[in-house]
Design a protein around this ligand. Structure first.
Ligand SMILES: C[S@@+](CC[C@H](N)C(=O)[O-])C[C@H]1O[C@@H](n2cnc3c(N)ncnc32)[C@H](O)[C@@H]1O
Length: 244
């Protein structure tokens, strides 16, 4: 395996824009629905988890959190949030944002030009509630009331082993938000470990013995390469609850 793409400056910039940019309220958004921007890690938290006033004293774990937007969103309602990712560079950026340090990144325009952008912490989030740390999702332990794992499943070497661990880390009545675009790549997952069935069936096979599927929804995401080139993905968003 070559250089880890999740440690490069370009990837950090791409994720800073993906998580804290203007929600692609730009050229790409004009082609999507009513042109409204949307920020994927905000959508996955809001659409896949039922957070309410009683969540305040609970614990949440965001696996593969990258630069942390979904962890920041969780911190609005949950007092103890762990944001975990394998990439030192992405977690360093998340920590800097949380500590209020100015964080800026270069955003590719067209024709090779680039402009500087500053990240602004969204209003109402509670960075002091978040512990960002570098950790392999397969080595995380502990028990949580909420686990969020967006677009991580097809980036781990052994997705079945990853799925099997998740129910063990949930408290009774706990919720799991799992989103995946099922974009399998040998760079991350050996072909022998790719599901030999549609991804929803794969999720059910490993999670249904312990968790109940409560929601299934398509959640789009748009990753900007430059001003005139975007990747559109459609993640399968699923919500699960510990069976009583
Ligand atoms: C496609 S990105 C998704 C990031 C974020 N959850 C989102 O939806 O925007 C995949 C993330 O998983 C992280 N990652 C890859 N393998 C991992 C592993 N074994 N444990 C934890 N994080 C991992 C990468 O560093 C990257 O931040």
């Amino acid at each position: 395996m070559g250089e880890n793409v999740y440690e490069t400056e370009d990837t950090v910039a791409q994720y800073l824009h993906f998580h804290f940019g203007e929600g692609e309220g730009s050229r790409a958004a004009n082609f999507l629905a009513d042109g409204r921007g949307f920020i994927f890690p905000v959508e996955t938290v809001n659409r896949l988890l039922d957070l309410d006033a009683s969540s305040a004293s609970m614990r949440a774990l965001d696996l593969g959190c990258a630069v942390g937007r979904s962890a920041f969103e969780l911190s609005r309602k949950v007092t103890s949030v762990v944001g975990s990712d394998l990439s030192y560079a992405l977690i360093a950026a998340a920590k800097n944002i949380a500590s209020g340090e100015p964080v800026s990144y270069r955003l590719a325009h067209d024709g090779g030009a680039a402009t500087n952008h500053d990240v602004r912490l969204p209003g109402g989030v509670r960075p002091e509630r978040i512990d960002f740390r570098v950790c392999d999702a397969l080595k995380e332990s502990g028990r949580y009331h909420f686990i969020h794992a967006a677009n991580l499943l097809c980036r781990v070497p052994d997705p079945a082993a990853f799925l099997k661990r998740l129910p063990l880390m949930l408290e009774p009545g706990g919720q799991l938000a799992l989103a995946t675009p099922a974009s399998w790549l040998e760079q991350f997952t050996p072909r022998d470990n790719w599901p030999a069935m549609p991804v929803l069936d794969f999720l059910k096979e490993h999670l249904e013995p312990h968790l109940e599927l409560t929601r299934e929804v398509d959640i789009p995401f748009v990753i900007r390469e430059h001003e005139r080139k975007f990747q559109l993905g459609i993640s399968l968003g699923t919500s699960w609850r510990v069976r009583h």
